[in-house]
Design a protein around this ligand. Sequence first.
Ligand code: SF4
Length: 854
Amino acid sequence: MIFLEYQINIIYFKSVMKVLVTEDFLIEESALNELKKALEKAGNTEIFAIGHTDNNNEITEINVVSWGNEFMAPAIINNLKQGDVVIHNHPSGNLTPSPPDINLASYLGNQGIGFYIINNDVSEVRFVTKSWKGEERNPIDTDKIKSILGPDGPIAKNLQGYEYRESQVEMAIEVADAFNNSKISIIEAGTGTGKTMAYLIPSIMWAINNKEKILISTNTINLQEQLLKKDIPLLKEVLDIQFNAVLVKGRNNYLCLRKAKAEESDLTIGVDENLDELMTLIQWSKITDDGSLSDLNFIPREEIWDRLKCESDTCLRVKCSFYKNCFLLKARRKASQADLLIVNHHLLFADLSLRANLNNFADLAILPPYSHIIIDEAHHIEDVSTKYFGLKTSKKGLIRILNRLWFQLRKKEAKGVLLLVSKKLNKIKDETVIPVQKTIDSLITQKNELVNLTAELFDEIAKFTDNIIKNEQNELKLRITDKIEESIDWENTVRLKSKEFINSAGIFITNLSRFHKKLDSINNKNSKIFDSNLIEIAAISKRVEEYVNSIENFMFENNTNEVKWIELKKYKKGNSVSLNTAPLKIDTILKEYLFNQFDTIIMTSATLTVNNNFDYFKDRTGISTVEKREIIARLFPSPFDFKSQVIIGIPLDIPPPTQDLFPFHIEPIITEILKISKGKAFILFTSYMLLNLLYSQIITKPELSGITMLKQGDENRHNLLKKFKKDINSVLFGTDSFWEGVDVSGEALEAVIIVRLPFRVPTEPIYEARREEIEKSGRDSFIEYTVPQAVIKFKQGFGRLIRNNTDRGSIIILDKRIQEKYYGNIFLNSLPECRTIIGTKDAVLDELRKFYYK
Ligand code: SF4
């Protein structure tokens, strides 16, 4: 109990005073009512509450965290940050601090946290220590930013081809202002603004001036690579500031030395069919500096890496004998000393979700503590956070976990932790191990039965899905609506089978945990030879339990803020089935865990606005409901001269994409465009079906014989792009991932053909549920949700064409709804002003010829 041993600081004794609450106890009425309510409920019990304060030290929010005396204090500390106040009642009305009160107050006081004792009707307060919000922060000097980015600044002097951009300087000043005044800033920076430099420079200045970490989160590896390989090295070279930036990767990217050692020892016990790959990885673990996947020159098979990767539930932390050399911990130590932490959105949300669970936003979680966040590619945060705060429970995942205990494929050698334990037990000459050996046999039988039950349950789910959807497609998604949950079929088939599964799984988990206990006592008498096996068994047991809980929740809980659906993929070798849940809305989650927790939050992207306003982004992320924070939204248009660099063509004498004959009408136009542009084109689709159909037709055209046709799916994205850039006359047929995050400047890309407006599939469960939610409140979900989503993606597609001020090219939109439907203008108004040809295909092609051949 660290508080009781803590040195009492005499200064705090001196500050003990007794006043009437009305004079010096700044608390908002709602927070005061909350406190009074808690005290009334507590009666004669002591409570501890946390008061969160605003910039004027007024308590704006109360959270009761502990009911009891000072010995409950450790429950409090995780929830605190500088400036907060701990409020503790003495029901007797005697507000003299007890010795434990003083110790606790002293500990908290040193961290800027106040400690107040109150009576039960909150009419008197004793300030044992007062809170403070830390030293004055050193604001960023915006003149310095201007000179760094100025035409005669260090970047201009050191970077060949550097162009001074006013919008970049303005954006950097906006970012600096957000740091200086603890704001939330939403910034759309058009292509070419130079947004990464515009946020990196103030971030570095703030981090160094104030010794505070800045977290920079991106959605794609491409952007991380740009930051780490281009922008940050340049700034290190040219700025007169020493700083440290570190890429932080997720835990599962690192090899666990303890596991590698255990696998190496266990290899001597039996034959392992994966011996070669395992040995390669074990040898590599002895020479690699960083121990992460990106340091390997091959991609290990998933099932092998699973056996070696770091996982939170199999990590011994300080008790681990590899603690000092652990790759993960070395990386985390490096991160703790960095000024800038570069992460991806998934890691950011993993960290936020852990902080939310621990109610700890001030201390180490997955990442070291930070209070300033830059979220680049912020148009993804609704999707990424939805995914992160959702859950996927698959048949494959559960069976894979169970097979980590014991698995035997036909006549091949068995493997798994129970086999290893059994072999080790055989070597112990002690009769007491015999019953434990027998338990292993029984556990193997039970595990096999549970695998069968799992397969039966998911088969039942697949059958149910097939019966309801009744179509021939290989990928089906069935949303679980109230109607389905109330149906007799659901009750008599899927739910019935689930109950059977949950009962058996419960018995299995209990037996596994009893076995763990017995093995633990054998371990203690046998030089701890089962240490690593025990950790593995405990982790497996915990994960099976989590799977069972999520299946139970899926089947029997009805949370109105959740969307549930079944995903069924049919393959020749069998079905892949999963149960999925996702939050219906993420606005309150983001508000609570992100917007209300951090000092500075900058969200930026080239595509946040729709029709030149931020309403959609603010609404979807919940920023529009954030109170008591200054929120700034700024749009910095691209500096490029789109009117002369781009021509947009919209042919109208073709059917809309909703008609069956659409592919046959657009094929000759695409062929003609490619002839005019001599390839050099991206053709962006929204479905693989249409992509494959048109690719198979266009590749056979003799008039395009000299042009290389590349198709997404034939090779990985990286190789396709490399080939596309190298062969400057090639054409790339792409779907989803080529609409954004692809940077091809120069003559390799001079035309972008948008085959249809990128509306999402309307039957996607999560989108369907969100649309229904909007409709329920009497609003138009198509205009408020469907169209803006498509506009953001459309803007991303448009953004592929012009990457610098010498690029030029055409955007051809083959979906005439953009001109003929009432919502079409929202798409066009969201683009920068360009020369636009709307008319017959011949008119569009004629103008294209003039544009390319002039
Ligand atoms: S500290 Fe954890 S992750 Fe690192 S080697 Fe030990 S068990 Fe593995």
